[in-house]
Design a protein around this ligand. Structure first.
Ligand SMILES: *Cc1c(COP(=O)(O)O)cnc(C)c1O
Length: 227
């Protein structure tokens, strides 16, 4: 089932790329492996997936230390400052930076291990209440400047979550907002490459709107079991 799911997801990505004029090679598929066992993650790796995403700091650390394969870890969840220490050795990318305090702590911990930490800034692009992320353009610009002044941080892009809805128009709007913000930032002399957007229910829209990093869990591994 896993092998087939992966094939179906990749087929869908290829199809959307074809009809929307995107290059398949510009899209990174991140398998969101939260709650999944190291056996299942290893299987997914053997079926060709390389990028894996986790949203809990200790869970990422534990899995990264146990799995001896050459995979690339992404931290995609809300990160508390006191948990940076768990992810700093393992996460190639941290997708969810939304405050100076957090950025500063990541920089400090990265400096200690002499690492240039790739990060994305999480931006709130819809009116939903419970979402983390920077709320205004001004805050995003301010945080980018702040990160630029830190020598162990590299801001590579922006991340967002679309609203939890069936309404395609508001999902699309959320993604296009993020793309336009990236373009605006780059027109001010920055060079952000990545747009981390699109999950199981909305990744096709995300590709059409310019996503370069899809974070897909359920479509690959099936429904999560939180027990
Ligand atoms: C769980 C999670 C995903 C994946 O969600 P699916 O709907 O299972 O594809 C993507 N991004 C974040 C931040 C998540 O926490």
């Amino acid at each position: 089932m896993l092998e087939n799911n992966i094939k179906i997801v990749i087929d869908k990505i290829q199809n959307v790329c074809f009809r929307s004029g995107r290059n398949f090679s510009d899209i990174n598929l991140i398998a969101v492996s939260k709650t999944q066992s190291i056996e299942i993650i290893s299987d997914a790796f053997n079926y060709g997936l390389i990028n894996f995403g986790e949203n809990k700091a200790q869970e990422l650390k534990q899995k990264a230390e146990q799995i001896k394969l050459n995979l690339i870890w992404h931290f995609i969840g809300h990160l508390q400052t006191n948990k940076v220490k768990y992810v700093i050795n393992h996460a190639e990318y941290i997708h969810s930076v939304d405050s100076k305090k957090l950025a500063d702590e990541i920089n400090t911990k990265a400096e200690k291990i002499n690492k240039l930490q790739k990060i994305l800034l999480e931006v709130k692009t819809s009116d939903e209440e419970s979402k983390f992320g920077l709320q205004t353009e001004e805050q995003v610009f301010e945080l980018i400047e702040f990160c630029k002044s830190k020598k162990n941080l590299e801001v590579v892009g922006l991340m967002t979550m679309a609203p939890f809805t069936e309404d395609e128009i508001s999902i699309r709007k959320s993604f296009s907002n993020l793309r336009m913000l990236k373009d605006k930032i780059n027109s001010c002399g920055h060079n952000l490459k990545e747009l981390s957007m699109g999950m199981t229910n909305d990744f096709e829209i995300a590709i059409e709107e310019g996503s370069t990093m899809l974070r897909i869990g359920t479509a690959i591994f099936g429904e999560r079991n939180y027990n």
